[in-house]
Design a protein around this ligand. Structure first.
Ligand code: XMP
Length: 512
């Protein structure tokens, strides 16, 4: 099944732009974020079913405010402007935009004209998130008002003949009740989309494309056991089978059983050509006595590349190098700005070290939740698909101070118990990251009649959407109690357990 329908999202630097793209895709229509100054010729070439102008921080009257070529309104392609996007439409088509007395950033009850195809299926009022300084004070010719609030006389407008719509509020955020229904209405009632975007069509189409591109040539993939590289590898395997070689550098700093699980899934379930390099001893000897976290990271990064390079050399020249780059990486490296390939920080700089002709990035167009759905579609086990993020340097940055084999084993076991109890309590899908840290602190305890002098273990669990900020998770005390009892009973050398109650900022998620 071929994806024919596309929605272009013109980026005016709004804070919710990625969310708009995701919502459109959740409605089964493929969307792409492009720079606001994309040329008219390019738009014609892409022939999207609809165009969305995002919000943005600018004011239409500012010098150098981002704008569009007016020709865009004559292409016969439906347009939806959100917030700044609406103001821009009004400004360019002869309406009026004014500065409001005060900035609004709140959820408001909005009166909607539910006879408009954009608001079909809504009641007369709906709670919507308004965030703006400016507002449309006079409609452009040919437009009518289709929503208002007490403070905002024109909260949405439309020209049904030309299929141009503007809304002052944000349908893409959860604060707007049933906002996705507005997006759905735009796509299906106005753009006449059929909805041909889903993960099974993505898999089918991508496998075909990869077969065409790679043919019987050879590809190499660095497999980390994380979601992105795993999904990329399985897709490639489906397309080119044994012409794909995956190298899995096991630095010995993975969580308990993880290395074996990765090997089992890829070798046994998918029959992938996998080379596992057991490099634990090499990594531990390089790390011996190292205390500084940044030095640990650097050593691991360099050693990783060296190990990968040694293995890759044995294979010789390959035609393609597979990378698990996903859409947020592409957007963050700058929409339209040449789209530089992001080298993953935990396999830093690979392209310089491997003899290959071209990079293949099969997940380049997908958001993380779509990567997970693709993984499930491909039959990758759920526990791998929903695996929490794990740092490239692994447990090395969760052992405070110097790393020894003994400490590594203690931490692996303790972390395993913590994760096991979190899963048993059904918290594994709501916590975004949770792990144990072996502090370098020893303290006095009592076990039976004996005095002990052993390690303090810290537990860390956070809730976050972007990992840039995070709140410590309020795990129920009885779960913490179970974890604590099990760990001190089952693991020697730990006699005290603390729970980290700092958020980020001021703390970071990892301790090092
Ligand atoms: P921090 O500790 O900076 O972590 O609040 C934010 C997120 O990044 C992960 N993290 C890393 N990931 N290499 C990685 O691949 C690293 O060196 C690294 N340091 C932190 C961390 O686990 C969290 O998800």
């Amino acid at each position: 099944m071929k994806v024919n329908e596309k929605i272009l999202i013109l980026d005016f630097y709004g804070q919710f732009n990625q969310l708009i793209a995701r919502r459109v895709r959740e409605c089964n229509v493929y969307s792409e974020i492009v720079p606001f100054d994309i040329s008219i010729d390019k738009i014609k070439e892409i022939a999207p079913k609809g165009i969305i102008f995002t919000g943005g921080p600018a004011s239409v009257y500012e010098k150098d405010a981002p704008t569009v070529n007016k020709e865009i309104f004559n292409l016969g392609i439906p347009i939806l402007g959100i917030c700044y996007g609406m103001q821009l439409i009004s400004y360019m088509l002869g309406g009026n935009v004014e500065k409001a007395d005060r900035r609004e950033y709140c959820t408001k009850s909005v009166n909607l004209d539910n006879a408009s195809p954009l608001f079909a299926g809504f009641e007369n009022t709906n709670d919507c998130l308004m965030t703006h300084n400016d507002y449309v004070s006079r409609l452009p010719n040919g437009f009518k008002k289709i929503a208002f609030t007490d403070d905002c006389p024109i909260a949405a407008m439309s020209n049904d003949d030309k299929k141009i719509y503007g809304i002052q509020f944000h349908p893409e955020v959860n604060h707007t009740k049933d906002g996705i229904k507005i997006i759905h209405n735009f796509l299906y009632n106005i753009c006449n989309c059929k909805g041909d975007w889903n993960m099974s069509s993505f898999v089918e189409e991508t496998v075909l494309k990869l077969k065409e591109k790679i043919g019987d040539k050879k590809a190499l993939c660095a497999l980390s056991g994380g979601v992105d590289s795993s999904v990329a590898a399985v897709l490639l395997n489906k397309a080119i089978g044994k012409n794909l070689t995956c190298i899995f550098v096991d630095h010995g700093l993975l969580r308990k059983n993880e290395g074996d699980e990765v090997e089992k899934i890829f070798k046994e379930q998918f029959d992938i050509n996998l080379i596992r390099v057991n490099a634990k001893d090499k990594f531990l000897s390089k790390l011996a006595g190292v205390i500084d976290p940044e030095r640990k990271r650097k050593i691991i990064g360099e050693e990783f590349i060296r190990t990968f390079e040694e293995e890759a050399k044995k294979i010789g020249k390959v035609d393609f190098l597979v990378q698990g780059t996903i859409y947020p990486d592409v957007i963050e490296s700058g929409v339209g700005k040449g789209q530089t390939i992001k080298s993953h920080h935990n396999v830093g700089g690979l392209p310089d070290y491997v003899d290959f002709k071209e990079i293949v990035e099969p997940l380049r167009d997908l958001f993380k939740d779509e990567v997970r759905k693709t993984g499930l579609e491909l039959g990758i086990p759920e526990n791998l698909v929903y695996r929490q993020p794990f740092p490239g340097p692994g447990l090395a940055i969760r052992i405070i101070g110097d790393i020894t084999e003994e400490k590594l084993e203690i931490l692996k076991e303790a972390d395993y118990i913590f994760r096991d109890e979190i899963a048993k309590a059904g918290l594994d899908r709501t916590l975004n990251q949770y792990f144990a840290v072996l502090t370098n602190l020893k303290s006095v305890g009592v076990m039976g009649d004996d005095r002990t002098y052993d390690y303090t273990l810290a537990l860390r669990a956070v809730e976050t959407s972007d990992f840039m900020t995070a709140n410590f998770a309020k795990i129920p005390y009885d779960v913490l109690e179970k974890v604590s009892t099990r760990i001190v009973n089952e693991i020697k050398n730990i006699n005290r357990i603390v729970y980290d109650i700092t958020s980020k900022p001021p703390a970071t998620i990892e301790w090092e």
